[in-house]
Structures are given as C-alpha cells and as structure tokens.
Design a protein around this ligand. Structure first.
Ligand SMILES: [Zn+2]
Length: 451
C-alpha cells in the first residue's frame, strides 16, 4: 500500500456509489455521496469521476471503520470451553481459574489461530482496528510478530502489546518487557505497538519501572488494566500505601498516550489525575457486566472514554449499543449520541498512534478504513436522528463490505484474503488441543496482597 505524500498522484481505483455516508461520528455528519478511493486513502467524497470502477452501495450506510480500544484476541478459542473446577465466586477467582489457566496453555499455533479467527470476527462486524492486549506466558518471545502476521494476512489494522506481569515469575516479566521493546522497534504498515502491562496488583515496583522506562524510551503509551475490581485498589494500598492511579502517576506512566482499561473503582482524585493527564479510558460494558465488577464513573471522564470488548468478540456496533443501554440503566445522563462519540474517541486514539488524524472519518485525505452496512431505514434518516437509528436499528450482522487502507478485505460478507472455512476448521482443531492442555493446568496460585 502506498502512503504519505505521493497519494495525490495515485489514480482512483474504486468508487463506492449511492450510499448514505456517515462522514463523522462526532459530531454526527451524514450526506448522500460517492466515496472515491485512491491508493490507501479516500480521494474524494462527492461524485465519482467517469471511468472509475463503481461498486453499488444503494440502501447502505457507509461508516468509518470502528476501533476496538481494548481486546484480548488470545481468548478467541475459549468460546464454549469446558470448565471443571469449582465455579469462580469473584473477579480474582475468574482470573485464577479461567484466564490465567488459558494464557499458560497458549502456544505459537494457538496464538496464531486465535488472532486469525478473532481478527476475522472483528472485521466481519465492521471493526477495522483492534487495540490488543496479549498474554501467553509460555510463548512470549516473538508472540507479537505472530499476531501481527496473522492480522496482516487478513488485512486488519492493529495496535499490539504484551501484558507484562510478575504473576508467572520475574524471568517472564522481563521477557514481556523485552517482547514489547523488540516489537516497538520494528515497523509494519498496518501495525503499531504499545507497552503492555497487566494491572497494578500483579506488578512489582521494579517491573512497573521497567515498563515505564521502556514506554518512555520507545515513545509509546502504557496499555494497562486499572482498578477493574476493588482487589486492585486493596493491593495497591496494602503493598504501596497509595491507590492505583497515584502509583501509576508516581511511576511516570500517566501520560496522554496511556490507555487505561476499565477504571471502575477510582476515587474522585484518581478521576482528576486521569483526566488531567489526557489518558484514554477503555470502557468494556459487556465484560464489566459479565464479571460483575461494577460500573465506572464514565460521565466524569468526559470525552476521554473509548470502547473495548475486553476479549468478548470484536463487534463494536453491538458493544456501543450495550454501552448505551447499560448507561441508561445506571442512570447516567447520556443520550444516543454518546456511544457514537465513544467510538469516535477510539478512532482518535488509533489515529494518534498511527499519526493519522483523519482516521475515523470519511473525508478526502483520510485513510480508507470504512464499512458498508446494509440498512433499509424504516423511517427518515438524518444527522440529527442517526444515533437513534444506530442504537435501536443497525446490526453488525448486516455488514456487507469492509475496507482497510483502501483495500476491500470483506466483500459481500466474506474475506477477500483468506479461506474462512479452512481457518475455522483449523481453529476448531487447535481449540480442542488447547482445551486438552488446560485440563492439566491448575488454578493459578497468585493472590494479591490485601485479598
Ligand atoms: Zn482486559
């Protein structure tokens, strides 16, 4: 793909014609126009010039590609996984008995297939960028390259990191830092890196300092879980005499490039620190509901909130709808424009990481990352009421086409790059092997202080 200054010289290769174009989610802007693609960019939003191949988009919405701001692709093969231990009664036991067993069972083939099937699922839902948080303690070195390779194969844009943690011992913590630094030093067209860390309660001061130092040296933000459950705060106070956000601030990782997942159990002071530094908060409503960890003070974070799935698929249309309904239930004063603004915030974050400020808009000069969604509007549709159509009507299952960096990688609901049925078969075989390994892995013994 071409990129950069020579874009104007490229001839248009495709025009998406006759659709209703959502050029921006924040503020909501809707027009009827043709979208002309040249190289990896949008050349024009207006009228398709003669002679350019056309793709009919009548009765569709063209929307900016969605960004999942917090994903765990490594969990993709866990769906329907058998479970034979005592049912977990709280958040820590969910980690000890489910996720910290699964991640130790992962090897190179299962990491690769998780990325392929999880990435395809995200693409088919109209998600064009995934910001991932990866863990595979028995396959650390090179794991991010395996994921990047798989996602590039299917055409998905991504931001990757390895979740550094002390829970599996100091050598693995050091290997995690090294994997992030190694990956950050490389350059791939559709993939960028962050420094990843699990959560305050599984990080020693030395390991957190190593993450901070690495992030600063690489000019990258830290991607970390923050106060998802009260246990994270109890541990920080017991071990360090300060709350989680203060600890992160002291370590020097509270920056505008930081990505803080959850932030459910944060104090007024912590909210103020987070908003002052300009970090992004990734809200994951389905995961929070599923783990029964509580509801974050979202309104107080203002515009800094983006949406993620926390590994529950890659469908940001559904996640944004659930975010709206959960906010309504919580009595948060949000209207239906709020989830669209949150999606736009995720695109701004990805745009900053890629150095592409127009990512997330359908405008001349923007990277051509967009989705064509079949939608027969049952009532008049305009910028003013699009949020209502979005929250109550659109469905990821009706995504027809997906374009990333100017290439149509999903056309008529199918990948143009890979044979999805073969990948699904390989993933099912790999999942069976993964599940068999899991049977031999006991609950993780790591317990935070103050628990
Ligand atoms: Zn997470």
């Amino acid at each position: 793909m071409n990129s950069g200054s020579d874009q104007n010289a490229l001839p248009p290769q495709l025009a998406l014609c006759g659709g209703t174009v959502i050029t921006s989610l924040d503020p909501v802007r809707v027009i009827t126009a043709d979208v002309v693609i040249a190289g990896d960019r949008i050349a024009e939003v207006g009228h398709a010039p003669p002679g350019v191949p056309r793709r009919d988009c009548s009765l569709t919405l063209l929307l900016p590609g969605n960004v999942c701001a917090h994903h765990h692709l490594y969990s993709a093969l866990s769906r329907g996984m058998p479970y034979r231990l005592e049912p977990p009664a709280n958040f820590l036991q969910i980690l000890q008995r489910v996720w910290w067993r699964l991640d130790r069972a992962l090897d190179k083939p299962s990491v690769r297939l998780s990325a392929l099937v999880g990435g395809l699922e995200a693409l088919r839902a109209g998600t064009t960028t995934v910001i991932d948080h990866h863990a595979s303690p028995n396959f650390i070195d090179g794991s991010l390259d395996v994921i990047a390779g798989a996602l590039e194969e299917i055409g998905l844009r991504s931001v990757l990191c390895y979740e550094v943690s002390d829970r599996d011992g100091l050598p693995r913590a050091a290997a995690g830092v090294a994997e992030n630094l190694r990956f950050l030093a490389g350059r791939r067209p559709l993939t960028r890196g962050m420094m990843g860390a699990h959560a305050s309660f599984t990080l020693s001061d030395d390991t957190l300092a190593a993450c901070a130092q690495g992030a600063a040296a690489a000019g990258a933000g830290l991607h970390i879980h923050v106060a998802e459950d009260r246990a994270d705060q109890d541990d920080a106070v017991a071990r360090h005499g300060m709350r989680v956000v203060e600890r992160l601030g002291t370590a020097g990782v509270l920056t505008a490039n930081a990505l803080l997942a959850h932030c459910v159990h944060v104090s007024d002071f912590e909210v103020a620190d987070i908003t002052a530094c300009g970090a992004t908060v990734a809200h994951n409503p389905r995961s929070n509901m599923n783990n029964r960890v509580g509801y974050p003070p979202l309104a107080r974070f203002g515009q800094r909130v983006a949406l993620g799935t926390d590994g529950i698929g890659g469908d940001m249309i559904t996640e944004s709808q659930l975010a709206y309904f959960r906010a309504a239930e919580a009595g948060a004063a949000t209207g239906p424009t709020w989830p669209l603004e949150r999606l736009a915030q995720g695109a701004r974050l990805a745009g900053r990481i890629f150095g592409e400020p127009l990512l997330g808009s359908i405008a001349a000069g923007a990277p051509a990352d967009l989705t064509v969604l079949s939608y027969d509007a049952p009532a008049p549709l305009s910028a003013a009421n699009l949020p209502g159509h979005w929250v109550f009507g659109v469905a990821a299952g009706r995504v027809r086409d997906v374009m990333v960096a100017g290439e149509l990688i999903i056309a008529d609901g199918r990948s143009t790059r890979v044979d999805e049925s073969k990948i699904a078969e390989a993933a099912a075989r790999e999942a069976a092997l993964l599940w068999a390994r899991l049977d031999d892995i006991p609950a993780h013994p790591f317990t935070p202080k103050g628990w």
